[in-house]
Write a protein that binds this ligand. Structure first.
Ligand code: BGC
Length: 252
C-alpha cells in the first residue's frame, strides 16, 4: 500500500463497512463495501466478514496495518465491554483474532473513538483547540474525547448515569425510535444529557454523529448549550476513516 493509504473497516450492529482511505484528505479512494453483520455477531463470525470486506481491497493492503472498529471498550487490542454486541466479545483479543484471520497486521479500536479522530482530523472539529466531545447517537451512545486533536480513548460517556438511568437507554437514537418520541420529546432528553456532560467537561465544541445526524436540523436547533453543538461532517464514513488513521499511526 502506498504510504498515504490505509484500509479501515467499521463493524456495526447491522453492517460491516470498509474502504481504503487517502490519509492526506480523509477521502475514500474506492467505493465503500458493506456486508451484513452476521447474526449472532460472535467474534469468529464477525472476523470472517471483516476478512471478506478486506479481501475486496487486497490490492491496497501492502504491508500497512488494517484499522477495525468495534462498538465496545478496547484496551491493548482486547475488547472489554459489550453493551450492544454479543457478550462473547468480552475478553476477546480482537487484535490477535483479526490479525490471524486476515493474515495481516490489524489494529482494533472503539467505534466512537474512530469517528472522533476522523472528525478532528478532517471534519467538523478540524482545527479546534481545547476539548472536543464527539457523540454518536445510534443503537447506543458512543463518545470520544479529543484534547487539541489528541484522542483520550474509551471515554464511554454514553453510560453516564443521568437521573438514575444509563444515558444511552433514554437518549440514544434507538430510544427515540423504540418509544416513538417526537423530535421535541427526544430533544428534551438530549438537552438533559448534554447539559450534564457540559457541566462536567466544559468542552469547546460538541460534535454529533450517528445516522440521525443527517436530520440534525430537526433536533440540534432545539438544544441550548454553552458550547457550539454541530453535526458530524463525515457522516457514514467517519468510522472507516478514523480506523484507518489510528491503524496507520499505530503501525508506523
Ligand atoms: C458502547 C460504546 C460504543 C457505543 C456506540 C456503547 O453502548 O459501550 O463502546 O462506542 O455504544 O456503538
Amino acid at each position: 500500500m502506498s504510504g498515504h493509504v490505509a484500509l479501515g473497516v467499521d463493524v456495526g450492529g447491522s453492517g460491516v463497512k470498509g474502504a481504503p482511505v487517502d490519509l492526506r484528505t480523509g477521502e475514500l479512494i474506492e467505493d465503500r463495501v458493506r456486508l451484513e453483520t452476521p447474526q449472532p455477531a460472535t467474534p469468529e463470525a464477525v472476523a470472517d466478514t471483516v476478512k471478506q470486506v478486506a479481501d475486496g481491497f487486497g490490492h491496497h493492503l501492502g504491508d500497512g496495518t488494517v484499522g477495525i472498529t468495534v462498538p465496545g471498550v478496547v484496551t491493548e487490542g482486547v475488547v472489554r465491554s459489550a453493551a450492544n454486541i454479543d457478550r462473547s466479545w468480552i475478553g476477546t483479543d480482537a487484535d490477535a483474532l483479526m490479525t490471524e484471520r486476515l493474515a495481516h497486521a490489524t489494529h482494533v479500536v472503539n467505534d466512537a473513538d474512530a469517528a472522533g479522530v476522523a472528525e478532528a482530523r478532517y471534519g467538523a472539529a478540524r482545527g479546534t483547540r481545547g476539548l472536543v466531545l464527539m457523540t454518536t447517537l445510534g443503537t447506543g451512545i458512543g463518545t470520544a474525547l479529543l484534547l487539541d486533536g489528541q484522542l483520550v480513548p474509551n471515554s464511554e460517556l454514553g453510560h453516564l448515569v443521568v437521573d438514575g438511568h444509563d444515558a444511552e437507554s433514554r437518549a440514544a437514537s434507538s430510544a427515540r425510535e423504540r418509544e416513538e418520541l417526537s423530535w421535541e420529546a427526544w430533544a428534551e432528553r438530549l438537552q438533559r444529557y448534554y447539559s450534564v456532560l457540559e457541566d462536567l467537561l466544559w468542552p469547546a465544541l460538541i460534535v454529533v454523529g450517528g445516522g440521525v445526524s443527517k436530520k440534525a436540523d430537526k433536533f440540534l436547533p432545539l438544544l441550548h448549550l454553552r458550547a457550539p453543538i454541530v453535526p458530524a461532517s463525515l457522516r457514514n464514513t467517519a468510522g472507516i476513516v478514523g480506523a484507518a488513521v489510528l491503524a496507520h499511526e499505530q503501525g508506523s
